[in-house]
Design a protein around this ligand. Structure first.
Ligand SMILES: Cc1ncc(C[n+]2csc(CCOP(=O)(O)OP(=O)(O)O)c2C)c(N)n1
Ligand code: SF4
Length: 289
């Protein structure tokens, strides 16, 4: 593992983003460049995995190793990469559709294993790439091409979803606050275990228009300014339940005593097996934790 002096430019690839002008994802990628520069791991030590969607194009706009995988399957692939090469810094990204619709079943399993990954969801409450269908985080009443009379179902709350399954780091950010978002992404990467950042990244073509985005920004509140203690998990649940009504940004929950990661446990068991300990004793010691 190497740590060197780097700048945002070191993480910017030569590919020109094909996102629509004004898309929130432009800001998100800038925040990722800055956070990675602060972390200081060179691009060749980073694997950036995504699913399919406008937001999932993001690895290609960085100089890290990128894998634009299959719709909803970024997390399983990222876990495999991390297990095969534990020294890599592994980032995972995608949209709300990718993560909480088709890929929703993978999220709890990644969380319960606790691999050392950072999962960034660019939550625009719409399917952008496929031209504006209802997504799992679309608000009730939203009119889209697949809900012309307005959605009659309630959205998934991504923050409560990951909190309930036991994620050790849960945050929300927006590119409207670039400094805040960059700091949150950096903190998520530094968290030793599964970390999740829900990034409110507007789709200006099929989702919120500029007026709505502006209103959203004024309604934004940072959790730090409210004196929230991120080690208070119950309060984090309460605050997270306001998803969709009030945009809170910052760290909802950070486990003050991070449990061992999946990679660490696998390594430990391999060592115990190599040391000739009876299998039953090894299993017992893992179950007792
Ligand atoms: C198995 C499969 N089903 C459906 C699709 C079509 N598809 C591609 S991206 C996408 C949704 C994109 O929405 P989201 O994940 O929220 O990302 P965004 O484009 O909004 O960033 C869909 C339905 C696909 N590529 N593969
Ligand atoms: S369709 Fe929406 S999410 Fe996709 S690039 Fe355009 S503004 Fe961004």
């Amino acid at each position: 593992m190497t740590t060197v002096q780097l700048t945002s430019k070191d993480f910017k690839s030569n590919l020109k983003p094909i996102w629509c002008p004004g898309c929130g994802d432009f800001g998100v990628v800038q925040g990722i460049y800055r956070a990675l520069a602060s972390i200081g791991r060179p691009p060749h030590e980073i694997a950036f995995v995504s699913g399919i969607g406008c937001s999932s194009r993001i690895p290609g706009y960085t100089t890290a190793y990128g894998f634009n995988t299959v719709h909803g399957r970024a997390l399983p692939i990222a876990q495999g990469i991390k297990l095969a090469n534990p020294e890599l810094l592994v980032l995972v990204a995608g949209g709300d559709g990718d993560g909480f619709s088709i890929g929703g079943g993978h999220v709890p399993h990644a969380i319960r294993r606790n691999p050392d990954l950072t999962y960034l969801v660019m939550d625009n409450q719409i399917y952008g790439l496929t031209k504006g269908q209802l997504s799992p985080t679309s608000a009730c009443g939203l009119k889209t091409v697949t809900s012309p009379h307005g959605a009659i179902e309630h959205p998934v709350n991504p923050l409560l979803y990951v909190l309930s399954y036991g994620a050790g780091f849960v945050a929300q950010a927006t590119p409207a606050d670039m400094a805040g978002m960059t700091a949150i992404i950096e903190e998520a990467i530094r968290y030793p275990g599964f970390s999740f950042v829900n990034v409110q990244s507007p789709c200006v073509t099929y989702g919120e228009d500029h007026q709505q985005v502006k209103a959203h920004r004024t309604a934004m509140k940072t959790l730090a300014s409210m004196g929230h203690d991120p080690s208070d998990r119950m309060r984090a649940f309460e605050l997270a339940s306001h998803y969709g009504e009030q945009l809170y940004t910052g760290v909802f929950y950070r486990n003050p005593n991070p449990p061992p990661t999946y990679g660490a446990l696998v390594k430990e068991r391999q060592a115990a097996l190599a040391g000739g300990l009876p299998r039953e004793r090894i299993l017992e010691s893992f179950i007792q934790r």
